[in-house]
Design a protein around this ligand. Structure first.
Ligand SMILES: C[S@@+](CC[C@H](N)C(=O)[O-])C[C@H]1O[C@@H](n2cnc3c(N)ncnc32)[C@H](O)[C@@H]1O
Length: 468
């Protein structure tokens, strides 16, 4: 195999990143946007050891599951990887990926439940980030191409709410009518770096990230926004003058509107502000949180520890059904919001929120609660890299009965479940398979939640019960 060679082959499987997988001699070939059973023509882009990365040139025999894609920039923008695959097959692929991770990583043969769908396969996202770049033809806004910092200009985004159309129209007008400059990475210059939007119910929180404290033609921007956007909105400016990939700088200035809006889930009222964490798909989030509560079998004697608790919405939902809920979260602002949320919902006496690292605080909290002979259940909802080994060890040492693990990455989930259940062990920083393990936990449930339809991503809930 050599670079730039054009080849023909048949796709035998779908990879974890939604790409087609082919075999040729000793090579495994990855070709994005190709589907199993398809005969394709592809170009070799990169050859490394036994792996080849290719570009799809032509689908010679399309798969039955191939569907017409909605988006004009699908395959160019890095947002969606699976629009070309029928939705039911997307769900099966995600279920299979989880199964494969459990088998390959954790040596566990598991049943995976059918994935839970949201209300919509498209138009479900409530959060938008649009980088703005200066080009020869003026400022453009769009999404990054996969694994790159090149901005692909867009007019709409099919997985975001319809609000995206009026946002793009309004900002295009603003850039053109007032010659506002987009950001130039190489020279670190320009006026506007990024536009971000959050949709809370039918209201929008719009933020313009600028390089300096100057927001050019602010009044004119507001006039355009009022003309183009037919829903209630707030306008923030965020100042980010650093050379960085981090979107926001420290300073937020509210120019228009209330700045935060109230939302509600299972009668818990919470406020979403410019910096609040929000799950991107509200309808799937409802179903996920509800399944966590059900799965843990909470009662008025249970102390539930919500590790990696964010802004405390799930902690409050757990507290409604338990004796007490304890949240642990590293970000101070999120803990402040979680405390306010507890007070506002009359749950102050049932919730304690700690600010700190789970790996430092959780061992002490679990030990204390178990020593008091409490019935303790644990929720783990870590970032993509999964749970720290110290947290796993603390759980194993203290005989926790019920665990709910919520994950957005099947590979780190499988590793952590293997460690908890006992098919894997950690020794001197290395994770190894255990020969003939005695299983510490029963895997009661593995349920995918399709929070991110049309993309390769999936959220998964696992419920573990102590093997007695
Ligand atoms: C996937 S989010 C879950 C948030 C929350 N459970 C929810 O559903 O909204 C993970 C959270 O873990 C927090 N986090 C990351 N590392 C942490 C650590 N070592 N200790 C405690 N919290 C951490 C992040 O700030 C983030 O809020």
């Amino acid at each position: 195999m050599v670079k730039n060679q054009e080849k023909i082959g048949v796709v035998i499987a779908l990879g974890m990143n939604g790409e087609g997988i082919l075999k040729d001699e000793d090579y495994t070939i990855f070709v994005p946007f190709a589907l199993p059973t398809e005969k394709i023509k592809y170009k070799v882009l990169k050859v490394s050891k036994n792996c080849v990365y290719g570009k799809l040139l032509e689908v010679l025999t399309p798969a039955e599951e191939r569907v017409r894609t909605k988006c004009k920039v699908f395959t160019k923008c890095g947002g969606c990887q699976l629009q070309h695959l029928r939705y039911s097959a997307q769900l099966s692929a995600k279920e299979n990926n989880i199964k494969t991770c459990f088998s390959k990583i954790a040596n566990l043969k598991v049943e995976v439940m059918p994935a839970v769908k949201g209300e919509c396969e498209y138009r479900y996202r409530n959060k938008l980030q649009l980088p703005v770049r200066q080009t020869e033809n003026g400022a453009i806004l769009g999404f990054y191409a996969e694994n790159s910092h090149r901005v692909i200009e867009i007019e709409d985004c099919e997985i975001n709410g319809y609000y995206v159309q009026s946002i793009i129209k309004a900002f295009k007008r603003y850039f053109t009518e007032y010659n506002v400059k987009g950001y130039e990475e190489q020279t670190h210059s320009g006026d506007v770096r990024e536009i971000t939007v959050k949709e809370v119910g039918d209201k929008l929180i719009i933020t313009v990230v600028t390089l300096s404290r100057i927001l050019p033609h602010k009044e004119e921007l507001l006039k355009i926004l009022r003309e183009e956007i037919k829903q209630d909105f707030s306008l923030y400016q965020n100042v980010n003058s650093a050379v960085t990939n981090v979107i926001y700088g420290k300073e937020f200035i509210l120019h228009y509107g209330k700045g935060e809006y109230q939302a509600e889930m299972f009668s818990v009222k919470y406020k979403i502000g410019v910096q609040s964490f929000m799950q991107v798909n509200t309808s799937v989030c409802h179903k996920l949180y509800s399944a966590v509560r059900e799965g843990l079998n909470l009662n008025e004697k249970t102390i539930v520890i919500d590790a990696y608790s964010g802004a405390g919405l799930m902690t409050a939902l757990l507290a409604q059904r338990a004796k007490k809920a304890i949240g642990v979260e590293i970000i101070k602002e999120a803990v402040d919001i979680a405390n306010k949320l507890a007070t506002d919902n009359g749950l102050k006496d049932k919730i304690i929120n700690y600010c700190g690292k789970c790996e430092e605080l959780l061992p002490k909290i679990i030990k204390r609660e178990k020593q008091e002979n409490n019935d303790v259940a644990v929720v783990l909802d870590p970032p993509r890299k999964g749970v720290d080994i110290k947290v796993i060890k603390a759980i194993l040492e203290s005989d926790i009965d019920r665990i709910a693990y919520v994950s957005c990455l099947p590979s780190s989930l499988a590793r952590d479940i293997g460690l908890l259940v006992g098919t894997l062990e950690e020794k001197d920083g290395e994770i190894k398979r255990v020969e003939n393990p005695t299983l510490r936990y029963n895997i009661e449930l593995i349920k995918p939640f399709d929070m991110f339809a049309q993309t390769k991503h999936v959220e998964t809930l696992v419920i573990l019960n102590k093997n007695k």
